[in-house]
Design a protein around this ligand. Structure first.
Ligand code: ADP
Ligand code: MG
Length: 303
């Protein structure tokens, strides 16, 4: 097969591993920096231009989008162009867009009855008291809607602290999410790697002492973890609701069962492959081999 990987940096571990796994299985791979792609959207024969080359529907059988959070808008437009060319994308543009919007994804997950921490959204409500009450009072977690890697996630231990932080964020005109603090998670969470409705690898991430955020970027450590059947089912269902074939589903272990925190459409492979020793990249390519057919995308650029 001819596979395109949309990635801004060919030296990233995840990109390198996907190339390696695809080539090992006899496929040819090309890495395209999505920001350097351009497209003629008015033509009735959709193509993608890259430098001096013009790609059409015969040039690729499948595309693997690895779109960073800061370039979601343009990146998903490129994925949509591939879909319009009837080229199979392992994650569709609509699903990526959906998962990038924390508010939209939590609303969708809650509609399907998937467990998540009690969460309120706010922009500039005067009723700070009401928001705090809504999630059960302090301690609580306040998150900037646009944060990643644990930046913009604050634990407010007291009601006073919660009020000041919420006020400060509102003053900055930021959209925030106020969430019940899951104390019993003990500064750890579980990353489930889902490929095609199945959890194929999972790791526990534990923040350093005194840190409630488990992000590996913040010094968290990854280790092997055995999932309960409910955890597996919850992660697989969350992926399905988001419509993502490949994703990382982050769970908190709470007294009332697994709670979904977020679903990541371009999960990093380094942490999970190192912690589990599994060939996650190979399984992603395996999924493409089984599923990549022209016109297989459900939405085909329709929105
Ligand atoms: P980011 O998108 O920046 O990674 P997250 O929502 O994943 O933000 O939060 C970062 C980390 O903080 C999580 O991995 C988890 O360890 C911790 N955390 C987040 N929300 C809660 C919560 N409601 N209760 C307990 N811990 C939380
Ligand atoms: Mg996170």
């Amino acid at each position: 097969m001819k596979i395109a990987i949309l990635s801004r940096n060919r030296n990233l571990y995840s990109t390198r591993r996907l190339v390696e796994a695809a080539e090992l299985r006899g496929h040819s791979v090309q890495i395209l920096d999505h920001l350097r792609c351009f497209m003629d959207i008015t033509s009735d024969n959709p193509t993608i231009h890259y430098g001096t080359v013009e790609f059409n529907r015969n040039d690729f059988d499948a595309v693997i989008p690895r779109i960073g959070a800061s370039v979601t808008y343009y990146g998903t437009a490129i994925v949509r162009q591939f879909e319009m060319m009837n080229i199979y994308s392992i994650n569709e543009s609509v699903a990526i867009t959906r998962s990038r919007d924390k508010l939209r994804s939590l609303q969708l997950l809650s509609r399907k009855g998937i467990g998540m921490p009690i969460t309120a959204f706010a922009h500039s409500s005067k009723d700070i008291d009401g928001i705090i009450k809504e999630v059960g009072g302090a301690p609580l977690v306040i998150k900037l809607l646009e944060g990643t890697q644990g930046k913009g996630v604050v634990l407010a231990e007291t009601k006073k602290a919660a009020e000041s932080v919420i006020q400060a964020f509102m003053k900055l005109n930021a959209d925030i999410l106020v969430q019940e603090y899951i104390k019993e998670a003990g500064g750890s969470d579980i990353r489930c790697l889902v490929v095609g409705e199945k959890v194929i690898a999972a790791m526990q991430r534990q923040g350093p002492p005194g840190e409630f955020r488990s992000n590996l970027h913040r010094g968290g450590k990854a280790s092997l973890v055995k999932l309960s059947p409910t955890e597996r089912k919850t992660a697989a269902r969350a992926a399905k609701v988001m419509g993502l074939n490949v994703c990382g589903v982050d769970l908190l272990r709470s007294d009332s069962g697994p709670l979904v925190m977020e679903v990541n459409s371009s999960p990093g492979l380094q942490g999970i492959e190192t912690a589990t020793g599994k060939d996650v990249a190979g399984m992603i390519i395996g999924f493409i081999e089984k599923n990549a057919k022209p016109k297989r995308n459900r939405t085909r650029g329709s929105g």
